[in-house]
Design a protein around this ligand. Structure first.
Ligand code: EPU
Length: 416
């Protein structure tokens, strides 16, 4: 168990190079499995979810190693089409191997994926799509087996713009015979990243970044290098940390759209954002305006992955705020922990009613999911006194060096 020990009340000031995106890197690793050449992914975050994906790709027979923030994957050989339960259970991203392995090997057997327990997280959209592409899907108590010697392109109409299902269909479609059209595709920038890397491998994809994606031509064996986009959720997390603790932080990023979805809200809360070519500067005087109503939505709406961090900030807002969580049904794990700090929050169904308090006080807090863990660190940075955040390993899943980064910005935080 790791504990983050935080002495609150220190404003954050300085510059930070934002890590590579977790939710872009995971599908890019699955895409590297499809490439029989060598894939080098630069700017990969050094986090346990990435390590878990590398363990799976090695298990499948590929060679993969890390060199600082680069990952080198040689996909020339694969000799397995099953993934053991313990590897699948430790990360949700493992599900992305389903489309990739099915497409390349003609068969995949794996258990239902794990990940943060933030809701039911079914995989029916993924499996319905594979079936439509010609796969035989068998449901067993120990997991799922999909078989198809040659997937065929078709039109997939997703009932909801699921990020994982969109990515899985794209991964399967670049090895399918004929074109695949995805209607109601998720539009998250991480999906555009996946499409761009697949295009480097020779795929022809229309509608990148839009609701209708057409995969017209598949990939070839190539040696490529790709630089992973900056993590928009990590950038947002540091922005909210600066908002709560006060300060002036410059996040260096390699894409322009990292603050889409949260920038309007920052302004409404009274946080100033200044954009440059490769940075976003966040200036906050610690006074937070309340937000009368905000709902989490698929991109470009307000992201569910920033909801917990927002709750920490608004718990010190100057009035009543209401958050509605519309993507995952169990994403209010931190409410009980914030109450220990003196926050005034009530939940009813998918809504949380937050009455801002003048200040939070330090407490000992338990982490129950990745973004919730980051949110509790934010609360600790702004609180009076000492906060200890007890983490059984969730935060390292998605944040690289979070304690070091915050402490380099002037936060009083260390790992014990
Ligand atoms: N859904 C279904 N059936 C499916 C797939 C999804 O009902 O087959 C539902 C889910 O239960 C959920 C909604 O659709 O209610 C959206 O789920 P989605 O498939 O979009 O989520 P995901 O692919 O499992 C990714 C991110 C999450 C992020 C969500 C939403 C990765 C590895 N994970 O999950 O990231 O919250 O999209 O943006 O990309 C995180 O980084 O902390 C995290 C949880």
């Amino acid at each position: 168990m790791q504990s983050y020990v935080i002495e609150g009340g220190y404003p954050l000031k300085g510059e930070l190079v934002v890590q590579g995106s977790k939710n872009a890197a995971l599908p890019l690793i699955a895409a590297a499995f499809l490439n029989e050449g060598i894939t080098v992914l630069n700017g990969c975050p050094d986090i346990s979810d990435v390590d878990n994906m590398l363990e799976i790709i090695r298990h499948l027979g590929c060679k993969a190693y890390k060199e600082k923030n680069s990952i080198i994957i040689n996909g020339s050989l694969t000799d397995r089409d099953e993934i053991p339960a313990d590897m699948v259970k430790s990360a949700r991203g493992s599900m992305l191997f389903m489309g990739a392995v099915l497409a390349r090997c003609g068969c995949i057997s794996m258990d239902y994926p794990g990940g943060c327990m933030i809701g039911e997280r079914p995989v029916n959209y993924h499996l319905d799509a594979f079936e439509k592409m010609g796969a035989d899907v068998a449901y067993k108590s120990e997991g799922i087996k999909c078989t198809c010697a040659q997937l065929k392109g078709c039109t997939i109409n997703l009932p909801f713009p699921s990020v994982g299902a969109t990515e899985n269909v794209i991964l399967a479609a670049v090895k399918a015979k004929g074109a695949t059209t995805i209607i109601n595709a998720a539009m998250e920038p991480e999906i555009a990243e996946l499409c761009r890397m697949l295009c480097m491998l020779g795929a022809e994809i229309e509608g990148i970044g839009s609701k209708i994606i057409i995969i017209k031509k598949g990939i070839k064996k190539r040696d490529i290098q790709y630089t992973v986009m900056s993590d928009r959720i990590a950038a947002g997390t540091y922005a909210y940390a600066a908002a709560a603790a006060g300060g002036d932080v410059c996040c260096i990023v390699n894409r322009e759209d990292v603050m889409t979805g949260i920038s309007v809200l920052c302004k409404r809360m009274g946080i100033k954002l200044v954009y440059g070519n490769d940075y976003v500067r966040i200036i906050s005087g610690k006074k937070i305006n309340s937000i009368p109503y905000i709902k989490t939505e698929p991109y470009p709406g307000f992201p569910t992955d920033m909801q917990s961090q927002l709750m920490s900030v608004l718990s010190m807002g100057d009035g009543i705020s209401v958050i509605e969580e519309s993507i995952f049904e169990k994403r209010y794990h931190i409410v009980g922990e914030l109450l220990k700090m003196g926050a005034d929050i009530r939940t009813k169904g998918s809504k949380a009613y937050i009455r801002g308090v003048r200040s939070l006080k330090g407490a000992v807090l338990d982490v129950k999911d990745l973004r919730g863990g980051a949110a509790l660190i934010i609360a600790g940075l702004a609180a009076d006194g000492t906060t200890t955040v007890l983490d059984p390993g969730y935060i390292n899943r998605g944040y690289e060096r979070i304690a070091d980064n915050l402490s380099e910005l002037g936060g009083n935080i260390h790992l014990a």
